[in-house]
Design a protein around this ligand. Sequence first.
Ligand code: AMP
Length: 214
Amino acid sequence: MNIILLGPPGAGKGTQARFLEEERDMAQLSTGDMLRAARTSGTEMGLKVAAIMDSGELVTDEIVIGLIAEKLDGGSKGGFIFDGFPRTLPQADALGSLLERKGEALDAVIEMRVDDEALVRRITARSTCAVCGAVYNDITHPIPADGKCSNCGATEFKRRADDNEDSLKTRLMEYYKKTSPLIGYYYASGKLRSVDGLGGIDEVKSEIAAALDA
Ligand code: AMP
């Protein structure tokens, strides 16, 4: 099964992708994670995109389509979860072509709906484990009291450079201008399922499971 998690920054796509990986043997493909890895390892492309990412704007379609094309070649037993990709109509068209070329299809697009106020609250409270990337939130899902990641036991946590109010404003504008048209695009193809992303993590998880197994 190949699915897209579609939603604004802070909707909980990364958190839910991790559950799907564990429970369904699927592989998460997050272009945001791939770009951050390229920055950390100091590749030419990583350096080129660093300032754009920090500002909250989107990097070029060409770069992210190239990253996804490379990963799709690796294959995945349970299928792929596209997280943060596609974010523009040309990216959506490219994903369709890439899957078709592999003889595969896109099975569902899960739209995670969360209002802007909640997004700002969530994002400014967000941190991740420096080792395994598990996502925490000071309000809804705090780091355990013993200071250890509940997934891997590490004790170091970090906040993303673009998780601040200025970048977030740009990221939200980019979402509404360039990514939200994908809701209509996938609705028209009959693949769109919308879930309420405002509930607790487990509630959202059950809604997604119900949408995928319907
Ligand atoms: P994310 O971790 O998905 O929030 O992505 C972080 C940043 O990486 C975004 O604000 C963009 O600058 C860039 N990015 C990630 N995925 C894409 C994409 N599919 N298209 C363009 N830019 C992207």
